[in-house]
Design a protein. Structure first.
Ligand code: SF4
Length: 192
């Protein structure tokens, strides 16, 4: 237990001081994952938003508020979840991540996945889903609308690609469907 905590501290320090790709120049904070490092559920989003970059915390901006609502309605305690991003630095002007940025930054996510070793991985949005699907050999070409909300099994792990809660900021009508997705996560959590 102590060893795992120390490994996370080392990893967090590396991420916070990282300058391995150009994104360090436009960030305020690089964000390591945060939450319960012993959790059975890991949530992987794309990259910190602007509020998160400014405050140095995961999911504290408008999309974080939507995520809190989804957790609450599904009966999931945020304190019990580990949350992280595919890219640890904010993307300027909310642009898409570039392949070389993903390739450079993803080893940090890989290390977080190794350390937490979650039974359930939920990805938020297209790019994290594509990365995790390739990593676990599920699909090379991701048809995101088709797989969104489905549960995929890889050995003992369950992988669930979901839409990003930020979608609810402009399409509130999707909330009911998203709550159902998070209830699925809750059922999976109860079963592991
Ligand atoms: Fe380092 Fe990742 Fe930030 Fe690039 S995005 S500077 S690789 S932490």
């Amino acid at each position: 237990m102590r060893e795992k905590i120390n490994e996370f501290k080392k990893l967090s320090w590396k991420i916070r001081s990282c300058k391995k790709c150009e994104l360090w120049k436009t960030r305020t904070h690089a964000l390591p994952g945060e939450g319960n490092i012993f959790s059975k559920l890991m949530i992987i989003a794309q990259a910190p938003g602007h509020t998160e970059d400014r405050e140095g915390r995961m999911f504290v901006g408008p999309s974080g508020k939507k995520l809190n609502v989804l957790f609450e309605k599904a009966g999931i305690s945020r304190e019990k979840v580990f949350m992280t991003n595919l890219l640890k630095c904010v993307l300027p002007h909310n642009r898409k991540p570039r392949p070389e940025e993903i390739e450079t930054c993803a080893p940090y996510l890989d290390r977080e996945m190794d350390l937490v070793d979650p039974a359930i991985i939920a990805t938020l949005g297209y790019f994290p889903a594509r990365y995790v699907f390739k990593k676990f050999g599920i699909e090379d070409e991701l048809d995101f609308p088709r797989v969104c909300g489905e549960v995929f099994s890889v050995g003992a792990k369950r992988i669930v690609p979901l839409g990003h809660p930020a979608t609810l900021l402009y399409r509130g009508s999707l909330e009911g469907k998203m709550v159902e997705n998070y209830r699925t996560l809750r059922r999976l959590l109860d079963s592991v």
